[in-house]
Design a protein around this ligand. Structure first.
Ligand SMILES: Nc1nc2c(ncn2[C@@H]2O[C@H](COP(=O)(O)OP(=O)(O)O)[C@@H](O)[C@H]2O)c(=O)[nH]1
Ligand SMILES: [Mg+2]
Length: 336
């Protein structure tokens, strides 16, 4: 692994009206859900480049889903569209009345992908779940997900239920970008060592502009937290906060930043602050002034080393603890 700039091609496909452009705008362009109704239909392919974690550029191909376009993607444009793909995100509209036809189109796309980019990751989003009554949501999502899997050939796919009207959108996209982040193992080992050292119950790393979860660590206490969707809830809340801050300070949501927020309670301390150029860190530690100060101080101290590790792919900026290798030898992880 190295620190060179990485560009990854991401195809965003699915029938016209399934919600592709809406999601893209909310996640990457700081739109709020109610604003996406203003978007026009995507004609042909709309290219955009989004930066993520500084050195990763996602080259997003939002492919208009009208039937005529789908046909040209599969015929004359086949090699252009399907070559060099890192990720295919396929969006299914849960409201569609033509489930079989949608699955046939999906299968044709998967076949083309297998031919030109057999190592691509495939994510399928069963979208607009807000339109299904809460009590039927899980069942309908699972049924649809099983159907999609049965048409995915040999691809190991991930499926998510999503809606632009709640935090499920953030969970799905965090799952997607997680697969694309360079130096993720280094980031995760670093964060784990850091969390242990400051006795944190939860540490979550968020990407700065999208507020998507990059990765997280929970201790045993953190694991017991009943709010399993707390990461994506925080992404959603922080995005809304940025919009609110932008409105009140006459800036744009993209530039509305903040340095730190904290909550101290008799049961825990929480802070959410700017970590590196590209990340925010969310830390939960035990209650008390000393624990809080210690965690804040250590977070400040870890910044530089962390930034270096994520940029270069080497963990030498922060004294990571020695690790047991599978054959019993002890190695120092700094020798990465
Ligand atoms: N109810 C609901 N409507 C959605 C959702 N996502 C998108 N839409 C709506 O679906 C319509 C089509 O969205 P658009 O993003 O243009 O679809 P695209 O053709 O796939 O790019 C718009 O009116 C959106 O407001 C969702 O999660 N729930
Ligand atoms: Mg569109």
């Amino acid at each position: 692994m190295d620190g060179r700039k990485k560009k990854k091609k991401v195809l965003l496909m699915g029938k016209s009206g399934s919600g592709k452009s809406s999601m893209r705008s909310i996640i990457f362009s700081n739109y709020v859900a109610k604003d996406v109704r203003r978007l026009g239909a995507t004609i042909d392919v709309e290219h955009s480049h989004v930066k993520f974690m500084g050195n990763l550029t996602l080259n997003l191909w939002d492919c208009g889903g009208q039937d005529a376009f789908m046909e040209t993607y599969l015929a004359s444009q086949r090699s252009n569209i399907f070559s060099d793909v890192a990720v295919l995100i396929y969006v299914f509209d849960i409201e569609s009345r033509e489930v079989d036809r949608d699955l046939d189109t999906y299968h044709a796309i998967i076949t083309a992908l297998k031919e030109y980019s057999p190592h691509a990751y495939v994510f399928c989003l069963v979208h607009k779940l807000d339109l299904i009554q809460l009590e039927h949501r899980t069942r309908i999502y699972e049924e649809r997900s099983a159907l999609i899997r049965s048409r995915s050939d040999n691809f190991a796919i991930d499926t998510f239920g999503s809606s632009i009207w709640d935090q499920s959108l953030y969970k799905a996209w965090a799952g997607i970008v997680h697969r694309l982040i360079p130096n993720l193992t280094i980031i995760e080992r670093f964060l784990e060592a850091f969390a242990k050292r400051i006795d944190a119950e939860d540490v979550i790393l968020f990407e700065r502009s999208t507020f998507l979860t990059v990765t997280s660590v929970s201790s045993e206490v953190g694991e017991a937290n009943p709010y399993k969707d707390r990461h994506e809830r925080l992404s959603n809340i922080m995005k809304a906060f940025k919009h609110c801050a932008a409105r009140n300070t006459h800036t744009t949501p993209a530039s509305a930043g903040f340095v730190v927020m904290h909550t101290k309670s008799p049961l825990y301390n929480v802070f959410l602050g700017r970590f590196t150029d590209n990340t925010y860190i969310f830390v939960v530690v035990p209650p008390g002034e000393a624990a809080y100060n210690c965690a804040v101080l250590n977070t400040m101290l870890a910044r530089e080393g962390f930034a270096k590790a994520t940029n270069t792919g080497y963990g030498d900026g922060f004294p990571l603890p020695a690790m047991e290798t599978p054959d019993g030898e002890t190695t120092n992880s700094n020798n990465y």
